[in-house]
Design a protein around this ligand. Structure first.
Ligand SMILES: *[C@@H]1O[C@H](CO)[C@@H](O)[C@H](O)[C@H]1NC(C)=O
Ligand SMILES: *[C@@H]1O[C@H](CO)[C@@H](O)[C@H](O)[C@H]1NC(C)=O
Length: 283
């Protein structure tokens, strides 16, 4: 046997031990493989984002374009032997398939001729979130790529608008929204659709890679309508909340009136103390 053949067997040994493929492709001289049809596998740098219950296509494409009909296509997550999808010897192998994906996955048969080995998953569950490996193997060559899936849950994402008095500084309005991917943009407008300046904004990462945003404005003028717009171009999603601030929150109260209410509040306490002292004395 020629040295190149030995090298190939060595490579196959490494493959089955799960050595990362970049090592092998760097280590082995390219010339060895000239007689075989090499290919690379292209996925997506961007995560695939889907809502619970939706359908997704995880992109995976052979490059250069060539048929994948006679290749082994294995989609898997952590467990290579419990695949999300397995196609081998032109057959769709279902008995090894991960239970969680049965009846929900598909390869696009007509697309295989074009080297399109994308995976369709129906009825996305929250547990489908994670990294997927697309692994394509021919007799003497293999390649793989990883695709990240993020599952958002429109029902659990929350959106609230809050109002807080800031002494001497007007009213602080806060807008908090969660369940976004990627980071959303927040803008505030007043009743005349004029943009307001945000005083502070924080963006946090939640479990599962989604973002939540917390944004504040301060207001003290008399046009009391405020709207918080949150949008995300990537998901083409916009949420809005408006609030009409009542005049009650812009008090023109005299200090005397405040003192009067404070005393009024203290009155029952004073009466209780008086009764207590009186009883003690009369014992
Ligand atoms: C796949 O393999 C079959 C049987 O070996 C062969 O007839 C067919 O031409 C192959 N198809 C491609 C696209 O290589
Ligand atoms: C592969 O096929 C799927 C399903 O038909 C399609 O959505 C996707 O755009 C195709 N990808 C390419 C690169 O043609």
């Amino acid at each position: 046997q020629s040295p190149s053949f030995l090298l190939l067997h060595l490579m196959e040994g490494l493959v089955h031990q799960g050595t990362p493929n970049y090592c092998i492709s760097k280590l082995l001289p390219v010339s060895v493989f000239v007689s075989y049809k090499k290919f690379s596998v292209l996925g997506s740098d961007q995560p695939i984002v889907a809502d619970v219950g939706e359908e997704v296509v995880l992109p995976c494409q052979l490059s250069p374009r060539m048929s994948a009909v006679n290749k082994t296509i294995r989609w898997f997550r952590d467990q290579i032997d419990s695949p999300v999808y397995l196609y081998k010897n032109t057959l769709h192998i279902t008995d090894e398939q991960d239970q969680a994906y049965r009846g929900r996955t598909t390869l696009f048969i007509k697309e295989l001729e074009n080297g399109n080995v994308s995976l369709g998953i129906r009825n996305i569950h929250a547990s489908d979130e994670g990294i997927y490996n697309c692994f394509v193997e021919s007799l003497k060559w293999y390649e793989g790529t990883q695709i990240k899936v993020i599952v958002t849950d429109g029902l659990h994402g929350s959106h609230t608008l809050s109002l807080k008095m800031k002494e001497g500084k007007g009213i602080q309005l806060g807008c908090k929204s969660s369940g976004w991917y990627p980071k959303p943009e927040v803008t505030w407008t007043d009743g005349k659709s004029q943009k307001l300046t945000t005083v502070s904004e924080t963006i946090e990462t939640e479990d599962g890679g989604l973002f939540s945003v917390n944004s504040y404005v301060i207001t003290d003028d008399s046009s009391h309508k405020r709207t918080c717009h949150i949008q995300n171009d990537f998901m083409k999603e916009t949420r809005e909340s408006s609030l009409q601030i009542s005049d009650v929150f812009f008090p023109r109260v005299s200090p005397w009136l405040v003192a009067f209410f404070v005393l009024l509040g203290l009155l029952p306490v004073a009466i209780c103390i008086a009764i207590y002292c009186w009883r003690k004395q009369s014992k």
